[in-house]
Design a protein around this ligand. Structure first.
Ligand code: NAD
Ligand code: TYD
Length: 355
């Protein structure tokens, strides 16, 4: 499979995974082309995530805008002769989707629809255009004690976030089927690593340990997630872009399942060593709080298809990945401060105070 990939439009490239993807293509994956990064800069987007990591020779352009602005996207596709859209932009946090689902429908469903329409217009004009849609394993619902999600698993989304991502997945497939738009799709497990916004479990717990704040464990702490280092996800997407046929979807995961409480104990040990803290004092911060409504019990990905057919492997083992992550947060207090002083902080105060 060869598709032109010299001119990329990345959506949501100032967020956690999108910025990891842009850093990866320029720094590690030998990409010699151009990237336009379209990002609305919600509370989760920070263009500083790319400072020093992108070329300054005109091959990288940042555009502040909304994926739902179809005229803007059509203009970007034409002006930059875009051949491929790598679509990360989304509202991405389950808790926020529970307290305010509207933005999730707006960006994840209607925004993806607008992007698809802009791509369809380009395709109809005879220009080469491909769209890769970055999605989540949460569209498959919740697993019991055994079994894994594979590419044939039936969709069963159970939170407003996962329902909005499922809707966008269906739209992408519908455009491939109906309009013969070239598309690919990936459903990935939970990511972790540097630049992760500190509302998600791992960065929140690291920072609360450092600040001596309570470590809020939802419910009994026995829910299971399958954690993948963010750079491994970025590399999976790059492989899919380069090798996968149109209208295919790929499950990506770390074969790395952790119960939340066990993960927290592991994190506490790493923070204690890396930050020179007393492990017993950190353990005392663990606080069981009211469970998340509709909290999915277990996610676990069977990634054998992408391993077998595209030769992908997760290269980071969890032991070293988590140490690297903790060190990154210790070394980047300025980034943490900037993120915390934004809209995120007032949201957190309002919503956690109410629970
Ligand atoms: P994130 O919340 O860190 O970043 C999202 C980015 O999208 C931000 O930069 C934000 O400013 C931007 N954005 C939001 N709405 C926008 C809009 N309307 N127009 C333009 N830009 C907009 O999210 P993330 O964790 O990097 O996730 C990226 C993608 O990967 C999402 O589609 C998410 O569903 C998917 N995903 C995430 C995980 C995970 O563990 N974080 C796992 C699997 C899949
Ligand atoms: P999160 O990082 O929000 O990702 P997702 O909900 O998309 O899997 O949460 C990961 C797990 O950690 C999930 O089971 C919810 C739990 N959790 C807590 O126990 N406490 C917290 O403060 C957060 C944010 C999450």
């Amino acid at each position: 499979m060869t598709r032109p990939l010299d001119h990329l439009l990345v959506t949501g490239g100032a967020g956690f995974i999108g910025s990891a993807f842009i850093r990866a293509v320029f720094r590690r994956l030998g990409f010699a082309g151009r990237v336009v990064n379209l990002d609305k800069l919600t509370y989760a987007g920070n263009p500083a995530n790319l400072i020093g990591h992108v070329p300054d020779d005109g091959r990288y352009t940042f555009v502040h805008g909304d994926i739902g602005d179809q005229a803007l996207v059509e203009r970007l596709l034409a002006e930059h002769d875009i051949q491929c859209v790598v679509h990360f932009a989304a509202e991405s946090h389950v808790d926020r989707s529970i307290y305010g689902p509207k933005e999730f429908l707006q960006t994840n469903v209607m925004g993806t629809f607008s992007l698809l329409e802009a791509c369809r217009a380009r395709h109809a004009a005879g220009k080469p255009i491909h769209l890769h849609h970055v999605s989540t394993d949460e569209v498959f619902g919740s697993l019991g004690d055994d079994g894994f999600f594979d590419e044939e698993t039936r969709y069963d989304p159970r939170s407003p976030y996962s329902a909005s991502k499922a809707a966008s997945d269906h739209l992408v497939r519908a455009y491939a089927h109906t309009y013969h738009l070239s598309t690919t799709l990936s459903n990935c497990s939970n990511n972790y690593g540097p630049y992760h916004f500190p509302e998600k479990l791992i960065p929140l717990m690291i920072l609360n340990c450092l600040d001596g704040k309570p470590l809020p464990v939802y419910g009994d702490g026995q829910n299971i997630r399958d954690w993948l280092y963010v750079d491994d996800h970025a590399e999976a997407i790059w492989l899919i872009l380069n090798k996968a046929a149109s209208d295919t979807s790929w499950n990506v995961g770390g074969r790395n399942e952790w119960k939340n409480l066990d993960l927290l104990h592991k994190l506490i040990e790493v923070v204690a060593v890396e930050a020179g803290r007393d492990v017993r004092e950190l353990r005392k911060l663990i606080t069981f709080v009211k469970d998340r409504p509709g909290h999915d019990r277990r996610y676990a990905i069977d990634a054998s298809r992408i391993e077998r057919e595209l030769g992908w492997r997760a290269r980071h083992d969890f032991g070293s990945g988590i140490v690297e992550t903790v060190r990154w947060y210790l070394q980047n207090p300025r980034w943490v401060q900037d993120m915390k002083s934004g809209a995120y902080k007032s949201w957190l105060d309002t919503n956690y105070a109410a629970r």
